[in-house]
Every structure is written in structure tokens, then in C-alpha cells.
Design a protein around this ligand. Structure first.
Ligand SMILES: Nc1ncnc2c1ncn2[C@@H]1O[C@H](COP(=O)(O)OP(=O)(O)OP(=O)(O)O)[C@@H](O)[C@H]1O
Length: 638
């Protein structure tokens, strides 16, 4: 229907305009609205329901009780109630309105001095309301919004307008609508001009694209920098009851974003790259992540620190293995490759695609501080882990200064395999694309501007906008405390202590210098589940007893029987004779399951390996002169 504009529409336009203003400045006009609301409600109640006053009293008491109890749902909806001053103000306000409405219901809203009381009360409660810090900031944001067309014009973004703005403790964030044809790249280029036009401090504005709308972007002005001071390390609170360890299946918190929000990063089956110039805080961030790994009961770590253990040695009570020279690093990485192959075969036998870390089948992190120092052979092994380890939860956590093609190995595809990438301060702009991926620099992820250690951009699943973060500052004392709290039996430190106790010749310095004993025979990590499966799979035709399975897994009778029962139910395990079991091949045609095995009776043999398929890799892993069956992989005792 056509709309006719003429003299007749002017009153409606005026009413509409006033209505919009009353709504827009509702926060500032709120005291007047309270006053009008009370007078109207008091008159109506007195006239229609003069005996409802007990209900008003009850409602008032209920409101004050809610303020005192602060239920979580109410706090989530009104976070300001966290502040005691707001609660005191709210309780006083509710008490006053309750009393006034009760009296107005009984005697009338205009009886005696009722109107004067209402006006005085409104004035008293309006002062703190209007004086609120965030209210003043909000008013400022509104002024900025009203003037934004001029600001945009001055910055060369003529036609851009602010569609919404919210403020927080550290500044404000606004959604900006660009003029047709303007792009986010124009905004990135115009940021210094925008800073000048807004009168902000240098580096105080941030722009982030809005992924589902190219005509908009998010503009953030940081007035008080939450990253100005180091962020104090927050260890996981150890509960008195309940789970004492966290799980790697949950994201871990490594610092805070600029708006004060915690930075939570998913580490489950993820390779992690940390890149940054010297003194940018790489080792600090590595320590924070390692501390989070230590807190998790279903994750373990091996470390490679070619700075003679300078960075990782304080974690030796948590790390299962610590390699400090290239020889031992190569052996460690080879053990990592062996482990991932065992896991892959285990999964294949079960028809599963991914490893779900559990306390007895943990995710394995191989931590490498300064990747570029690794030998070519070690880099090739790391490359192999990066390509094949993710699904089986054998992952890399790498720190490096410049992940150039040269530093990462000539044939390396490793960089592209990194799922989570942290970019701390870099000296040269192209390094941003090296660390975070091509195109990130032009998309606004300029990490050359970071002005303190520990500040970074992080990219990964769900983290595709350049939000600035800062890692917790974990001090040496924090590291010692965390490493002591979460010390693992069988760790590198324990092996050292054992060596000292047994009077073996290796000294601490020899261990840390990376002699063969540094990594000894690495404790494999696959755990009792895998040991059970391998023992059943390698069992002779007549099967093995529960006792054999208990020895192989290190688990109790109940644990073994539970799994045997489940295996019989899904027909992966059979019982050829009473009290004996072995794995049976699943139906032919299923590539994930081995085909039915032809056994020739050989009663003289108890544990003979079954004949291999030509394509199947040998499961016998030789590590540092020890031949290990994956079936007897030792899980870290907990
Ligand atoms: N999150 C942080 N907050 C504040 N200061 C930090 C943070 N992380 C590291 N630092 C400080 O920055 C300095 C350098 O840190 P770090 O050794 O981690 O840098 P790096 O990049 O590993 O250096 P290099 O490449 O020389 O090993 C240290 O003095 C450390 O205390």
C-alpha cells in the first residue's frame, strides 16, 4: 500500500519521533518512568484492589530475598548484581517502592504527602542510578555513535555508520555498517586515521570482520588495557571432593582476551604451533599449556628441549621422557611414531577412527621447544607424526621463532598440519602469514604491534577473528608447584631418582645432557585396553586365561571380565574353551576388521604371534634395544 507523506502525517511523525527518543534515552529517563509507574499503579490499586497490599509486601520481601541469595540464573541475566553496591541500592529501592505502594494501595496515591514522598524517593534513588560509571560511559558511547558519520568521514570511510554499541569494563565495542562497496580491508588500512578521529590512544582500536556480512565490521576501542599488566596465573582449583584431575577432552584456558573473556583452546587431538620472535613469550606460553596438560589425568607429555633442558627440565616430574640432544630427540620421536602406529592398528581392529583419551589411554603430547634446532631425521619423524598422529591422539606442541620452510624442514608439510596456532610478537610482517597461514596479515592479524611478552593472536577451530589475547604469566614458583602437584609416577624425574637409588652410573647431568639414558626405554602410553586387545589377538587357538590378561594389562579380574563380556556380546572375542579367550576376526568384507584367522593347532605354544597380512606392519616395536609388544605397553600408573 502506498504511503502518502503530507501535512496530515506530521503529527504522527512527531509522535513517532518523541516515542523513539523516549525509548532511546530510557536509561536516563528511568527515574521519571519509575515515578509515573508508581503513581499510576498506586491509584489503580487503591481504586480497584485496596486489599491487595499484603501481596505487595510479599512481592517486596521476595525481591529482597532474591538479591540476598543471588541465584545463578538471576546473576547470569543481571551480572551487575555481582557488585555489593548494586545489591544494596536494589534492596533499598525495592523496600522503598514496596512501602510506598502499600501505603498508596490502602490510602490512595495522592493522599496527604504521598506525592511528595514519591518525588523525594525518586530523587534519592535516581542519583546513584544516573551516576553509575557504566551509565556515564554509555552516554559517551551514544555521543560517539551520533557523531560517527563525521568520524568515519575524517577517517576516509565516508558513509559508514554505527548501528549498535555496547560498553564493558575496558572500553566499548560497536557494530559498523559500511557504505556499499567499502570492504573490511579498507577498514584495516584506515585504522590509524580512525584512531586519530576518535581521539583514541595509538593501538587502542581493533577491527574484526563480521564473517556472515561483508558490509559490516566490529570496531573495538580499548580505553583501559586489561593486558597492560601481566595476567596472574590461575591454576585449576583442586576440588576436595569429585574429580581431582581435569580432562583433555575439555578446552583449556591459557589467558584472557582484551575484553576480559577467558581464552579457551581445545587441545583434544590437535597439533599446536607457537611462533614468535625471541623474548616474545613463547616458552612462557608453552609452560602455561604444559601446566594445563599436567592438570589433565587423560594426557601425558614427552619433551624435547635442545637448550639442554633449560626450559623443560623443571617439568621433569610431569614429563615421561625428556630429550635434550638430537640423538635422544630422534629416539623419542621414533617412539612417538611407533606409538601412533600401534594405536592406529588398535583402532583399525576395533573399527574405530579416533582415539578417545581416557585415564588409562591418554592423549600423548610431544612437546618440542625450538623446532628449528632438530636434526633433519628428527624433523622427518615429527613431520610423520603431524600427518598421522591427530586421529590417534599423538600430537605435537611446537614452539619456534620463525617457521620458515627452511626452519621447518625442506619437505615439511608440518606447518599446514597445525590445528591451533599462536602468533606472538614477530619482527617482520610476513612472519604472521608464516605462523598463522597465508592471508592473515592482510585480514588484520598484525602481530608486529604487540608491545609486551605473552601477547598473541590465536587461530584455530572457532577462532577465526584477530582477537588479541595475553597468556597467563606462569612464574618459576608456579611451575614448581604445578609440577609437584601433578607429578606422575614413572616420570623423567622418577627415572632419575631410580638411577640414583640403584647406584647406576648415570648422573643427573648425564641424563639432562641427552645421553641414551635420558630417554631410556620410553614408557609407552597406549594403556591396558590396548594391551588386552593385543594379548587376545595374539592368543593361541585355545585362548588365554583371565590371569594372563590380568598380567598383560595390570588390571584386576573385574576389569578384565567386564571387557571380555562386552567383547563376547559384540562377537569380537570368543571363548574356545572354558575359562579361555581370544580375539576372533570380524566378518570378512569389513576393511576395519581383520578377517577370520586360520589356526593350526599348536598346543606346545602359548603366545605365538599370528601370521601377518602382507600389508600389515609388524607390531613388534624395538625401542633402544628393547623389544616390546604393544600388548604389554605400560600405561603410566596413576
Ligand atoms: N604472559 C606473559 N606475561 C608477562 N611476561 C611474560 C609472559 N610470558 C613471558 N613473559 C616474560 O617475557 C620474557 C621472555 O619470555 P620467554 O622466555 O618465554 O620468551 P621466548 O620467546 O621463549 O624467548 P626465547 O626465544 O629467547 O627463548 C621473560 O622475562 C618472561 O618473564
Amino acid at each position: 500500500m502506498p504511503v502518502h507523506y503530507g501535512s496530515g502525517s506530521e503529527p504522527f511523525y512527531l509522535i513517532g519521533h518523541v516515542g523513539r527518543l523516549l525509548w532511546r534515552y530510557r536509561a536516563e529517563l528511568a527515574p521519571l518512568y519509575w515515578l509515573a509507574g508508581c503513581l499510576l499503579a498506586g491509584s489503580w490499586l487503591h481504586k480497584v484492589h485496596p486489599n491487595w497490599w499484603p501481596l505487595i509486601v510479599l512481592a517486596g520481601i521476595a525481591g529482597i530475598v532474591v538479591l540476598a541469595v543471588r541465584p545463578a540464573k538471576v546473576l547470569a541475566r543481571f551480572p551487575l548484581l555481582e557488585r555489593w553496591r548494586v545489591r544494596v541500592w536494589g534492596a533499598g529501592f525495592i523496600a522503598f517502592v514496596t512501602q510506598w505502594l502499600t501505603a498508596a494501595t490502602i490510602h490512595g496515591a495522592t493522599a496527604g504527602p504521598m506525592e511528595s514522598f514519591a518525588i523525594i524517593g525518586t530523587g534519592v534513588f535516581a542519583v546513584p542510578w544516573l551516576w553509575r560509571e557504566d551509565r556515564r560511559r554509555l552516554t559517551r558511547v551514544r555521543i560517539i555513535r551520533d557523531h560517527f558519520p563525521d568520524t568515519a568521514d575524517a577517517a576516509g570511510l565516508t558513509g559508514a555508520r554505527m548501528v549498535s554499541a555496547v560498553m564493558d569494563k575496558w572500553g566499548w565495542t560497536a557494530r559498523i555498517k559500511l557504505r556499499r562497496g567499502q570492504t573490511y580491508s579498507d577498514v584495516v588500512k584506515a585504522l590509524p586515521e580512525l584512531e586519530s578521529a576518535l581521539g583514541a590512544r595509538i593501538g587502542g582500536t581493533r577491527a574484526e570482520p563480521v564473517t556472515d556480512d561483508a558490509s559490516q565490521f566490529t570496531l573495538r576501542l580499548v580505553e583501559t588495557d586489561p593486558h597492560a599488566q601481566p595476567i596472574v596465573w590461575e591454576p585449576r582449583a583442586v576440588p576436595v571432593v569429585g574429580k581431582s584431575r581435569a580432562s583433555i577432552t575439555q578446552p583449556v584456558t591459557v589467558g584472557v582476551f582484551e575484553d576480559g573473556a577467558p581464552i579457551t583452546v581445545p587441545l583434544l587431538r590437535k597439533h599446536v604451533l607457537i611462533g614468535g620472535a625471541t623474548d616474545s613469550g613463547k616458552s612462557g606460553l608453552l609452560n602455561v599449556i604444559l601446566a594445563r596438560i599436567a592438570e589433565c589425568g587423560d594426557a601425558i607429555a614427552w619433551g624435547i628441549d635442545l637448550k639442554k633442558g633449560m626450559e623443560l627440565a623443571p617439568w621433569s616430574s610431569v614429563l615421561q621422557i625428556l630429550a635434550t640432544d638430537n640423538d635422544s630427540a630422534e629416539r623419542l620421536l621414533q617412539a612417538g611414531v611407533d606409538e601412533l602406529e600401534k594405536r592406529a592398528e588398535f583402532l583399525m581392529g576395533r573399527g574405530r577412527r579416533e582415539w578417545y583419551p581416557k585415564f588409562d589411554a591418554p592423549q600423548l603430547f610431544i612437546i618440542i621447544d625450538e623446532y628449528a634446532e632438530l636434526s633433519k631425521k628428527a624433523q622427518r619423524l615429527a613431520d610423520s607424526i603431524s600427518r598421522r598422529g591427530r586421529a590417534v591422539a599423538v600430537v605435537l606442541l611446537i614452539a619456534t621463532q620463525r617457521p620458515t620452510q627452511k626452519a621447518m624442514g625442506e619437505s615439511s608439510a608440518l606447518r599446514s598440519q597445525m590445528n591451533i596456532r599462536f602468533c606472538l610478537r614477530v619482527n617482520e610482517r610476513p612472519d604472521v602469514d608464516l605462523i598463522l597461514g597465508v592471508g592473515k596479515l592482510s585480514a588484520g592479524w598484525d602481530a608486529t604491534k604487540f608491545d609486551g611478552p605473552g601477547k598473541f593472536f590465536v587461530s584455530g577451530p572457532g577462532m577465526d577473528t584477530p582477537r588479541r589475547g595475553r597468556a597467563y604469566l606462569i612464574t618459576d614458583a608456579d611451575v614448581t608447584e604445578t609440577a609437584t602437584t601433578y607429578a606422575r609416577p614413572g616420570s623423567a624425574a622418577d627415572q632419575l631418582a631410580d638411577t640414583a637409588g640403584t647406584g647406576r652410573p648415570e648422573s643427573r647431568s648425564q641424563r639432562l645432557s641427552g645421553g641414551p639414558e635420558t630417554i631410556g626405554a620410553p614408557a609407552t602410553v597406549s594403556g591396558p585396553e590396548m594391551a588386552l586387545w593385543a594379548t587376545l589377538r595374539d592368543a593361541p587357538p585355545e585362548g588365554v586365561t583371565a590371569g594372563v590378561l590380568q598380567d598383560a594389562t595390570g588390571k584386576g579380574r573385574a576389569w578384565v571380565y567386564k571387557r571380555l563380556k562386552a567383547g563376547q556380546a559384540d562377537t569380537t572375542i570368543a571363548s574356545p574353551s572354558y575359562g579361555r579367550w581370544r580375539a576372533v576376526r570380524p566378518p570378512a568384507g569389513d576393511p576395519c576388521r581383520p578377517a577370520r584367522r586360520q589356526h593350526r593347532p599348536d598346543p606346545g605354544r602359548r603366545h605365538r604371534r599370528r601370521p601377518r597380512q602382507p600389508a600389515t606392519r609388524s607390531l613388534t616395536v624395538t625401542v633402544h634395544g628393547l623389544s616390546q609388544s604393544p600388548g604389554i605397553s605400560r600405561a603410566p600408573a596413576r
